[in-house]
Design a protein around this ligand. Structure first.
Ligand SMILES: [Fe+2]
Ligand SMILES: [Fe+2]
Length: 285
């Protein structure tokens, strides 16, 4: 099997948008042979109507090449509406739903892959309370019910399908920040591992990272397509190629001199789950 994904994140439409990057992505994506395009949240800066409208226009353009999967990040949540109210959390997602439909983290089913999302952006919520005041509305968490739903999706998938999870918050420590985006991150990592996911796509950290968790979960954390850069690092997005026994993540890095994205490092990962399954099938024959 062969399946390719373009993984974008953190466009931050609004005051932090960088329209040079947006235009360059729109120009390049048709040549990247993607079967799916994922935007892992923070579509907007302040969850305003006009920002969502700009994000939707961007997505409509990308949909000329492939279906687009998007879910909310912390900037897409109107956290000031009913903060810390554990029930009826709908108000804070109302604007996102207006433009992207009622299901915040839909499931997509392809012959080669199944894609599930887990909402980690809940605004000012009990599950992501922190002692750092500046992080109160930024930190995410992974509710048990979200992962139960994801796990059920993956348990119902077909053996030949790669199981892909999308979240907004980064589940590994960022190379620069040395922090994950999630409260209770060890528990979250365990739940993700137990779900059967073999590839996770996330963002939030604004710094790209292609890595593995426990040798079984490939992590694509891609950078921002906005002006909200970390240090001297340039904007980066990923193209991911999934084959029978391997996953490859190619970086596309913004070149300041040419004003274009260029191919950067490539990261190769074995798919140990698939190799194990193949060995098991062979041994039982
Ligand atoms: Fe962001
Ligand atoms: Fe974020």
């Amino acid at each position: 099997m062969s399946f390719s994904i373009v993984h974008l994140s953190d466009t931050h439409f609004g005051v932090a948008a960088d329209l040079r990057l947006i235009q360059a992505v729109e120009d390049l994506v048709p040549d990247l042979d993607a079967r799916l395009i994922v935007i892992s949240g923070d579509l907007t800066q302040r969850a305003r109507h006009g920002e969502f409208q700009a994000a939707r226009a961007f997505i409509r353009e990308l949909e000329r090449s492939a279906p687009v999967y998007a879910l909310p990040g912390n900037h897409d949540v109107q956290w000031w509406k009913r903060p810390l109210v554990p029930f009826s959390p709908e108000a804070k997602y109302a604007v996102h739903r207006k433009y992207f439909g009622p299901v915040l983290a839909p499931t997509l089913d392809f012959p080669e892959v199944v894609v599930a999302g887990a909402v980690t952006a809940h605004g000012l919520a009990w599950g992501s309370l922190t002692f750092r005041p500046g992080d109160l509305t930024i930190k995410g968490h992974l509710p048990t019910a979200e992962m139960a739903r994801v796990r059920a999706v993956f348990e119902g998938s077909r053996p030949e399908q790669a199981r892909i999870l999308v979240t907004h918050h980064n589940i590994l420590r960022g190379p620069l920040t040395q922090r994950t985006g999630l409260a209770w991150w060890r528990r979250a990592q365990e739940a993700i591992m137990a779900s059967g996911a073999e590839l996770i796509l996330c963002g939030h950290d604004h710094h790209h990272n292609a890595n593995e968790l426990a040798g079984r979960l490939v992590v694509s954390c891609t950078g921002t397509l906005s002006t909200m850069l970390r240090g001297e690092y340039v904007p980066v997005f990923h193209r991911i190629q999934i084959d029978d026994d391997a996953i490859q993540i190619d970086e596309y890095c913004w070149d300041l001199e040419t004003g274009r994205f260029r191919r950067g490092d490539a990261h190769h990962f074995a798919r140990p789950g698939r190799i194990h399954e193949a060995e098991t099938v062979a041994a039982t024959r």
